[in-house]
Design a protein around this ligand. Structure first.
Ligand SMILES: NC(=O)c1ccc[n+]([C@@H]2O[C@H](COP(=O)([O-])OP(=O)(O)OC[C@H]3O[C@@H](n4cnc5c(N)ncnc54)[C@H](O)[C@@H]3O)[C@@H](O)[C@H]2O)c1
Length: 246
């Protein structure tokens, strides 16, 4: 499904990003992991290789650092000859209620979730435009669609990702490049493992399917949007949430 393709996954060391990388590797792609967690990323690369990945490249790059992002993308294009798929999955939370939320928490979340997505897309799109082919999939969140108490910064950043996705889709639509987003609901990863029990109970109560999703549930939809089968789908947001979003 992804033979001869190069797929970059930010935040690919673990969780949803790793599961996306596994799908691309299984489909025959060269996989590029971009993360700030070097050890976890190396282990992830070993697991991908053991699962039969054709080629795995790893880059310790912070997606908010434009110079590092640009250098890494140029290097990937140099090494593999193409950049076909970009999954902007790196993301963080710094939760607190509005009146307790410090400006630094706002800035950090905006920077990683929104600016990081912009920087990666801008520099990867340069190569996708030359190829007249590209698949960009951004990680939004149900939080960005309906809001979530304690996540003013996070939900604003993910709503920003949705607007960004729609605009990039329109800008690049005539050049064989699609840009879509998925909006996960409540998925079992390191990000949600650290939530207090009370918050987990409240989240579960809001899911019609009454269970958390698995990273693979999200990766399945990402893989579809990144495939040639989704060539006429662009500018859309697909919730993967057990029925949470209205
Ligand atoms: N888990 C959920 O319930 C859920 C729900 C909705 C959306 N999401 C989104 O899905 C994405 C993945 O989440 P996850 O649950 O797998 O989280 P996770 O914390 O397990 O993984 C996130 C990865 O991103 C990396 N990362 C963080 N900051 C980075 C930076 N500046 N540069 C490069 N890499 C960086 C982390 O090191 C980590 O490997 C995130 O964008 C998250 O907001 C998750």
């Amino acid at each position: 499904m992804f033979a001869d393709k190069t797929a970059i996954v930010t935040g690919g060391a673990r969780g949803i990003g790793y599961e996306c990388a596994l799908k691309f590797a299984a489909g025959g792609a060269t996989v590029v992991l971009v993360d700030v967690l070097e050890d976890a990323m190396k282990q992830a690369a070993e697991r991908l290789a053991a699962a039969g990945a054709k080629q795995v490249l790893t880059y310790k790059v912070d997606v908010t650092d434009e110079a590092a992002v640009e250098k890494m993308i140029d290097e990937v294009a140099d090494k593999t000859g193409r950049i076909d798929i970009l999954v902007n999955n790196a993301g963080i939370t710094r939760d607190d209620l509005l009146l307790r939320m410090e400006a630094a928490m706002w800035d950090l979340v905006m920077s990683v979730n929104l600016k990081g997505t912009f920087l990666m897309t801008k520099h990867a799109a340069k190569y996708m435009l030359r190829q007249r082919y590209g698949r960009i999939v951004n990680m939004a969140s149900v939080s960005g669609l309906v809001g979530n108490p304690g996540q003013a910064n996070y939900s604003a950043s993910k709503a920003g990702v949705v607007g960004f996705t729609r605009t990039v889709a329109r800008e690049l639509a005539k050049r064989g490049i699609t840009c879509n987003a998925v909006a996960p609901g409540f998925i079992k990863t390191d990000m949600t493992d650290v939530l207090p029990e009370k918050a987990k109970e409240m989240a579960l109560a809001a899911i019609p399917m009454a269970r958390m999703g698995a990273p693979e549930d999200v990766a399945n939809v990402v893989a579809f949007l990144a495939s040639d089968e989704a060539s006429y789908v662009t500018g859309h947001v697909i919730p993967v949430d057990g029925g949470m979003a209205p």
